[in-house]
Design a binder for this molecule. Structure first.
Ligand SMILES: [Zn+2]
Length: 474
């Protein structure tokens, strides 16, 4: 056993502790020979310690058995041909002149094939690209030019425009010159029709498979609760439909103050549902609100003067008024309402003369209604600003834009793109600051109703009533 000595210095006799046990063992004689060479340099005791060290080292060297090579076999040196093969298979730096990756020549065991094997059929899916016809899509999928052309002609016979992005299932057969024969090409030409070109005994033929489509409108109902927008969303309305509903409602009531938590909303959407399960939701057809205080709102989407507008169906019996309504200028939610607030940059309370819509950088901004652009350019803290005069002393103003695409003096239609959301001027991030100004005074945009486009005549009133009855199921 070997003790690695640890010498403890102290007032008492020196103590050597064997490291392996951690238990102090008293060795009174050891201090004569085992000495801390860092202590009492060149004293008699130090020299004796040094002598001990040399004596121990020398005896260890004398007693050591020495190093001998271990007995074992040696591999035979490689033949030059073998070495070449090994080099080709091994990974070695190319800079060292290695042959790594070289192909080896075939040996006598390799026989050439008389004919290459061929897959008898290929099944694949392709997506119709934008501006690409059926023929070109088949050609790039590996069909022969003649077969691709014939299939495209048959498909065109169905008289449907096939939308880019349509997924096409293709089965190709044996190789002809320059491509494969077509066995089957199948695609969805719309919600209600599947087209298949199939090869039978006579050649390629077109098969039309009609898919029944249910056009019953979709109805969404619910309670307003804490927030109308989120209640609409949780009742199943998409963000677009919820925004369209709020826009419609804003033509009849002040959404900001006149809607209560216990009011109940009702929406009817155009909807097409295929028997195979897919459905496509169409535009909002009806926007209703049953109010706890105040008259119920029933708005019907109705063409007026060649454009779709919201018609008040409740009052359709009396000399009815059609309300064109202000469009929402941007798709986004209101992040700051109209009224006094602490300005986020200037840090003092001031009147917020408009409403802020939170929207991403570059979101499109549209004109809220028909009108004439009276300002398009930089407006101090408002940054890039557009102002539109709508007649009747009403102006709308759009600020902090990143880009303006209309010119002052030009006419704009409701819903026309006028620029993009940005953060120009005094602004903390991309948003749209939207103001409505009536006769020079800023008013709450949610309170503005663009009323009376033109009265609806008696015949139309009947049609509106009938439509409403049909939509709401009588
Ligand atoms: Zn603002």
């Amino acid at each position: 056993m070997f003790y690695s000595p640890i010498v403890q210095r102290g007032a008492g006799p020196l103590t050597v502790m064997p490291r392996s046990f951690g238990v102090a063992v008293q060795r009174p004689q050891a201090d004569r020979w085992i000495v801390d060479l860092g202590e009492d340099l060149f004293s008699r005791r130090w020299w004796r310690g040094l002598l001990t060290l040399f004596a121990l080292t020398a005896s260890a060297a004398l007693l050591a058995p020495g190093l001998e090579p271990l007995p074992g076999g040696r591999p035979a040196p490689l033949e030059p041909a073998q070495l070449e093969q090994w080099e080709a298979l091994a990974i070695a730096p190319l800079s060292g002149g290695s042959n790594t990756g070289l192909q080896m020549l075939e040996t006598a065991a390799v026989e050439p094939l008389t004919s290459a094997p061929q897959r008898t059929s290929v099944s694949l899916f392709a997506t119709l690209g934008a501006g690409e016809g059926i023929a070109r899509m088949l050609l790039r999928s590996g069909a022969s030019a003649a077969e691709a052309g014939q299939t495209a002609t048959l498909m065109a016979g169905a008289g449907r425009r096939i939308a880019p992005g349509t997924s096409v299932a293709i089965v190709l057969g044996e190789q002809l010159g320059g491509g494969r024969a077509v066995r089957e090409v199948s695609l969805r030409a719309g919600l209600d029709l599947r087209l298949t070109v199939r090869r039978d005994g006579a050649g390629l033929t077109l098969v039309r498979t009609a898919i029944p489509v249910d056009t019953a409108p979709l109805r969404i109902r619910g309670r307003v609760g804490d927030g109308l927008y989120w209640s609409l969303r949780s009742a199943g309305a998409s963000p677009e439909v919820a925004a369209a509903y709020l826009q419609a409602l804003a033509t009849a009531v002040e959404v900001g103050s006149e809607v209560a938590a216990d009011d109940r909303f009702e929406l009817v959407l155009a909807n097409r549902r295929a028997a195979s399960g897919e459905s496509v939701a169409g535009p909002l057809l009806y926007a209703g609100l049953e109010r706890t205080a105040g008259a119920a709102v029933q708005l019907l989407r109705w063409p007026i003067g060649g454009r779709m507008a919201w018609v008040d169906a409740v009052n359709a019996g009396q000399p009815a008024q059609a309300t064109a309504g202000l469009q929402w200028p941007v798709q986004g939610r209101i992040t700051s309402g109209f009224g006094p607030r602490v300005h986020p940059i200037l840090r003092f309370s001031r009147m917020h003369r408009g409403i802020d819509f939170g929207a991403g950088w570059g979101a499109p901004i549209v004109a809220a209604a028909d009108g004439q652009v009276v300002r398009a350019g930089w407006a101090g803290g408002y940054g890039r600003q557009v102002r539109i005069a709508h007649g009747g002393g009403l102006l709308t103003s759009y600020s902090h834009m990143s880009r303006i695409i209309v010119d002052a003096g030009g006419a704009v239609r409701a819903g026309q793109l006028i620029g993009y959301v940005g953060s120009s001027g005094l602004s903390t991030g991309p948003h749209l600051h939207y103001e409505t100004i009536r006769n020079g005074v800023a008013v709450d945009p949610l309170s503005v109703r663009f009323a009376s486009v033109r009265p609806v005549d008696a015949g139309e009133v009947q049609a509106i009533k009938a439509r409403l009855k049909a939509l709401l199921g009588g």
